[in-house]
Design a protein around this ligand. Structure first.
Ligand code: PLP
Length: 453
C-alpha cells in the first residue's frame, strides 16, 4: 500500500506539556536588566503589564510545564497539526533528499500564533483580568488574540500600525469579526500616540509606537494587561507544542531530521519547532542542525550585535540580552511583515551565540519564488514569512544533491498567505524589490543604542 504523505497524531497523542529549554541549556540566558539601575530585575517588575502565571513561566527553570485543561480543549479544535512529507515538492526539485513540513496555518488565525494567544488569554482570564491590549503589524497576532480573548470572555484592544490598517483591511475585519476593537496607531487615545501625532500628523506608525500605546493603556488599569506575540520566553514555551508533536510524527514516519528550519521574526515559530529537537542533541547526542532564516533587509541574527537592548522602540521594556539591530531600527518595507522586528528572543540569541543554532539571511524575491514553487507542488499558499523557511529548505536539498548525499529536512510552515495575496501580485508583476541592509545603515542604527556592551 502506498504510504500517505500526511502524518497525523490522534488527540490522545497530543503532548500535554510545553518544553522549557532553559532546563537543558549549558549556558543559561543572562538576566533582564532595569534600564536605569542596570541591575537584574525581579518578576515583580513585570507585574504591572503581565499576569503572574506568565511571569512565572518567563523566569521558570522547570523542564516541562503542564498545559492547562482549558487550553488543551481549544488546542484540540485544530491540533495536533499535520506533518507532511512534501513528495510533490521533492519531485518538482528532482532532489534525492526528503523534505517534511509541519503545517501551522490550519487554524482560525492562519498561523502558529494561536498556540500562545490561547494560553495567554487563558492565564489572564484566570487571574481576573477583564481586558487585554496588544499591538499588531501585519495582523496575524491581532487575529490570533481576537478569537482567543473572545472565547475566554475578555475584551481585546488592538493597536494596529496605521500603514497596515489602511493597506490590509481584511485582517482588521477578521479581528472585528472575532469581536476585537482595532485602533490605527498612532492614535489620540494615549500620550505616546498624541506625542507622535503632534510631531507628524501623517505618521504611518510603527510596531514600536503601537507597543508603547498598548503598554500605556495596560499600565493604567489593574484589570487590563498587555500581551506580546513573540520574543519572550513564555511565548516561545507555548510554541514548543509544535516541535513536541513533530518529534512524535517524525518517529511515526520512521525518520529523523538532519536539519530543522524555520523563518525568523522574533523567534517564536523557529524556536517552537527547533527546541524539542535541540533537546535531543543536548541529551541524546543527536547531530541535527538548526537553521533560522531571516530577511536580508532585517538581519539581526547574521549582522546584528549580541548586546543588551530594549524589546520595543519606545524603551518601555526591560533591557534584554539579544542579537539586535538597535531598537530604533526601521526595516525596509518587505512584505513579510512578521519578520520586521529589530531583535531576537533571549533564549534563541544565547543558543546562536553558543553554536547550537545557525542563521542565514535571504532576499525576498528568491523567497517568493520558493513559495510559488511550494504552492504549485503542495497546494498550500504560504504566508510571505514562511517563504523564508521554504527557501532555506530548498537550499539544503540542492546542496545535498551537489554533495551527493541525501538529507532529511524538516521545516515549519508557520502560516498561510490568504490575506497576503497582493504581495504575490507584486511578485508576479516583478514589482518586489530586493533590499539588503548596508554596513553603514547598520552602524548608524546600532550607534543609537545607549547601552553598548
Ligand atoms: C508572526 C509570524 C512570523 C514571525 O514571528 P516569529 O515569532 O519569528 O515566529 C512568521 N510566520 C508567520 C506566519 C507569522 O504570523
Amino acid at each position: 500500500m502506498k504510504k500517505s504523505s500526511r502524518i497525523l497524531l490522534t488527540e490522545k497523542e497530543m503532548p500535554r506539556q510545553w518544553y522549557n529549554i532553559v532546563a537543558d541549556m549549558p549556558n543559561k540566558p543572562l538576566p533582564p536588566l532595569h534600564p536605569l539601575t542596570r541591575q537584574p530585575i525581579g518578576p515583580e517588575a513585570l507585574a504591572a503589564v503581565f499576569p503572574m502565571e506568565l511571569i512565572k513561566q518567563e523566569v521558570s527553570t522547570e523542564r516541562f510545564i503542564d498545559i492547562p485543561e482549558e487550553v488543551v480543549d481549544l488546542y484540540l479544535t485544530y491540533r495536533p497539526s499535520p506533518l507532511f512529507r512534501a513528495v510533490n515538492l521533492e519531485k518538482a526539485l528532482g532532489t534525492k533528499s526528503k523534505i517534511y513540513y509541519k503545517y501551522e496555518g490550519g487554524n482560525y488565525s492562519g498561523s502558529h500564533k494561536a498556540n500562545t494567544a490561547i494560553a495567554q488569554a487563558y492565564y489572564n482570564k484566570k487571574e481576573g483580568i477583564k481586558r487585554i491590549t496588544t499591538e499588531t503589524g501585519a495582523g496575524q497576532w491581532g487575529s490570533a488574540m481576537s478569537f482567543a480573548c473572545h472565547h475566554f470572555g475578555l475584551e481585546l484592544l488592538v493597536f494596529m500600525v496605521k500603514v497596515s490598517y489602511n493597506q490590509k483591511p481584511g485582517r482588521k475585519l477578521l479581528m472585528n469579526t472575532y469581536n476585537a476593537k482595532v485602533i490605527p496607531s498612532p492614535s489620540t487615545m494615549t500620550a505616546a500616540g498624541r506625542k507622535i501625532l503632534e510631531q507628524d500628523p501623517n505618521s504611518p506608525g510603527s510596531l514600536g509606537i503601537a507597543i508603547s500605546e498598548a503598554m500605556e493603556i495596560a499600565s493604567q488599569d489593574p484589570y487590563t494587561k498587555y500581551s506580546l506575540g513573540s520574543v519572550l520566553n513564555h511565548v516561545i514555551l507555548h510554541q514548543t507544542i509544535i516541535g513536541q508533536e513533530a518529534l512524535l510524527q517524525m518517529e511515526k514516519a520512521g525518520d529523523y531530521p538532519d536539519v530543522v528550519i524555520g523563518c525568523f521574526g522574533g523567534g517564536s515559530n523557529f524556536s517552537g519547532i527547533a527546541f524539542p529537537f535541540i533537546r535531543e542533541n543536548i541529551t541524546k547526542g543527536k547531530k541535527t542542525r538548526f537553521l533560522a532564516v531571516e530577511p536580508s533587509s532585517c538581519p539581526k541574527l547574521t549582522k546584528g550585535k549580541f548586546m543588551y537592548d530594549f524589546g520595543d522602540s519606545a524603551g518601555m521594556t526591560p533591557l534584554l540580552p539579544m542579537y539586535t539591530l538597535g531598537h530604533n531600527f526601521m526595516p525596509d518595507k518587505i512584505h513579510a511583515g512578521g519578520l520586521r522586528y529589530h531583535g531576537a528572543g533571549v533564549l534563541v540569541s544565547q543558543l546562536l551565540k553558543d553554536g547550537f543554532v545557525e542563521a542565514k539571511a535571504k532576499m525576498q524575491r528568491e523567497c517568493f519564488e520558493a513559495g510559488v514553487l511550494f504552492a504549485r507542488s503542495e497546494g498550500i499558499l504560504p504566508a510571505p514569512e514562511s517563504n523564508y523557511a521554504i527557501a532555506g529548505a530548498l537550499d539544503e536539498a540542492r546542496k545535498a544533491d551537489i554533495e551527493g548525499v541525501t538529507r532529511t529536512i524538516l521545516f515549519n510552515l508557520s502560516g498561510h498567505g490568504h490575506f497576503d495575496i497582493s504581495a504575490y501580485e507584486k511578485y508576479f508583476e516583478n514589482n518586489l524589490p530586493d533590499h539588503e541592509l548596508t554596513d553603514s545603515e547598520l552602524k548608524e542604527s546600532l550607534s543609537k543604542v545607549d547601552f553598548p556592551d
